[in-house]
Design a protein around this ligand. Structure first.
Ligand code: SPV
Ligand code: MG
Length: 552
């Protein structure tokens, strides 16, 4: 795969520009070939085949867009296709620019736009806008020679790089104006600055092309399109010092046949059996699209969260939910078709966190999710959250998320947490009093922070957690502890040490996460606070469950 097929790279000074490569093909003494393409994919295929250049055919680009070769696609629509082709390939492209999409002024603007897209050359034909394909009808009117020469001059004068080529296509033979007119026009276009002339013919033999080439005697490079006179041996053109052959439309025509055959088979057989081996494999499709480069780039540029562990505390039954939690812990309660815990693990996975340990207790057997590691807290009936966390102490390693299993929250919170650099960070709901009067909530863990939440929070000073306490007087509280924590590697080590200290002093069994954090704060830790306003809930009773089921 050529380098810039799949990635945009710094310009490589040692490499010839596409325009220079094309000019060299035109002026070299060898016969060269360019092959038709009509979109990014076919441009890649032309390049990988080994062709040194691409013909961006008006006929096939139009056909691939489902319109006629009569300037039905606007020039900017063609330009858009070309941009994809140019980005997808690293060999030069010559655009079939029809009549230049207007007069000299439209053409010179086209030249500038083509150069901006690294298109190496444009070919314009001496017909009238809107053009008709040369193989349709007969005696199509030709452009006035002087007008067409002015167009060539305008194009050449406006190009920024000396290497960009303008090829002048002569339709005199096709339109029945004869050889003398064709040669007269070639002379005029050459004098006007064309870098090459394309002499076109729709005869079934190459006689008039070969005669033209002899008479022209290589006064400037000659380009031909042997579509109708395809039986002529290529060496005959070499002998007449033709510079460039355009294979004008064969990729599109091949694709039409292949698509028809495949569609017909699938339509008739109503299965894919007989086509599977005949069509390109998906790995081929991904290969052509350059997916390997993308995954390498993801490794280089995307912050990886795959090493982050999550410890989810899901040991409690939730006895306020009575018979609903008889056969399962509350984290397995169904919320619109999915257990709460599955919603949580999905959210973690979606944020890139894959290593999830769930500390279970009550009806551990009912926690049957496949992508988690279960760690049982055998003493869940007599111990609290800190003990559950201590059961997962081996997973409190490196960057970690700690979460209650029975909370629902919007995914931005997780990303907010995962993006912080703080050694410890907790999410605090500043809107904790909202709805409290109408529906008395389970005793909330309230928090006091270094700075209250403010909507016009202009200064970026960090907010620190000072205390978590369900008994905090409401007037002192700045929010509610959500039960979502992020630890850095250092933060995890501090938490591990503190859990061990709690075990030693006998306080572990009776402690919750708030107690753990108050101890850490007392020892000098400064957990950062990420304020949110609502957008989450925890499930403690049937009322919470009803709210959870409405949480979208
Ligand atoms: C094209 O490919 O659109 C051409 C070449 O202009 S031809 O169809 O032979 O005129
Ligand atoms: Mg054309």
């Amino acid at each position: 795969m050529p380098e810039n097929v799949t990635q945009l790279k710094q310009p490589q000074p040692e490499r010839m520009s596409k325009a220079a490569q094309f000019r060299q093909m035109l002026t070299s003494p060898d016969l060269e070939f360019i092959m038709e393409a009509h979109n990014g994919l076919s441009a890649k295929i032309v390049e990988e085949t080994g062709f040194k250049g691409i013909w961006a055919s008006g006929l096939t680009i139009s056909s691939a867009l489902g319109v006629r070769d009569s300037n039905e696609a606007s020039w900017t629509q063609v330009l858009e296709v070309l941009e994809f082709m140019s980005d997808a390939s690293s060999i030069p492209i010559m655009l079939d620019g029809d009549t230049g999409y207007g007069n000299f002024n439209n053409f010179r603007r086209l030249v500038r736009k083509l150069e901006q897209r690294d298109v190496a050359a444009v070919c314009i034909e001496d017909k009238l806008f809107p053009k008709t394909n040369s193989f349709l009808g007969s005696n199509q009117p030709l452009a006035d020679i002087d007008e067409f020469c002015g167009k060539i001059k305008a194009g050449k004068d406006s190009q920024q790089s000396g290497d960009f080529s303008v090829v002048a296509r002569i339709e005199a033979l096709i339109s029945g104006w004869g050889m003398d007119e064709a040669l007269r026009r070639a002379e005029a276009y050459h004098d006007a600055g064309a870098d090459a002339v394309l002499i076109h013919s729709k005869k079934s033999n190459a006689d008039e092309i070969l005669t033209f080439a002899k008479e022209w005697d290589n006064r400037c490079p000659v380009v031909i399109v042997p579509t109708t006179y395809a039986s002529t041996p290529t060496d005959r053109f070499r002998d007449e010092r033709i510079s460039l052959i355009i294979w004008a439309n064969h990729n599109l025509r091949a694709a039409i046949n292949a698509m028809r055959t495949t569609s017909k088979r699938i339509f008739e057989e109503e299965n894919l059996h007989s086509v599977e081996g005949r069509v390109a494999g998906l790995s081929d499709v991904f290969g052509l699209a350059g997916n390997k480069e993308l995954s390498d780039a993801e490794d280089r540029y995307l912050a990886s969260r795959s090493d982050i562990n999550a410890v989810v505390l899901g040991a409690s039954r939730g006895s306020a939910l009575r018979e609903l939690t008889e056969d399962k812990p509350k984290c397995m309660l169904d919320v619109r078709g999915q257990p709460l815990l599955r919603r949580l693990t999905r959210a973690l996975n979606d944020s890139g966190v894959q290593n999830i340990s769930v500390v279970t207790g009550y009806r551990s057997d009912a926690i049957d999710l496949s992508n988690i590691k279960k760690i049982n807290n055998d003493e869940y009936e007599t111990t609290g959250e800190a003990s559950s966390l201590a059961c997962a102490v081996d997973d409190l390693e490196g960057e970690c998320i700690i979460s209650y299993a029975d909370i629902l929250f919007r995914s931005y919170m997780l990303n907010l947490l995962l993006d912080t650099d703080a050694d410890m960070a907790v999410v605090v709901d500043a809107d904790w009093q909202n709805g409290r009067d109408s529906a008395p909530k389970h005793r909330a863990d309230l928090v006091r922070c270094s700075v209250p939440y403010s909507v016009d929070y202009a200064d970026e000073a960090p907010v620190l957690l000072e205390r978590v306490d369900a008994d905090l007087p409401a007037g002192e509280a700045h929010g509610e502890w959500v039960g979502l924590v992020k630890l850095s590697g250092k933060g995890s080590a501090l938490v591990r040490d503190e859990l061990k200290a709690m075990e030693r002093d006998g306080s572990l069994a009776d402690s919750g996460l708030p107690d753990l954090f108050n101890r850490l704060i007392a020892r000098g830790a400064k957990p950062a606070v990420l304020y949110i306003t609502g957008d989450w809930l925890d499930v403690n009773d049937a009322f919470d469950l009803a709210r959870a089921r409405n949480f979208t």
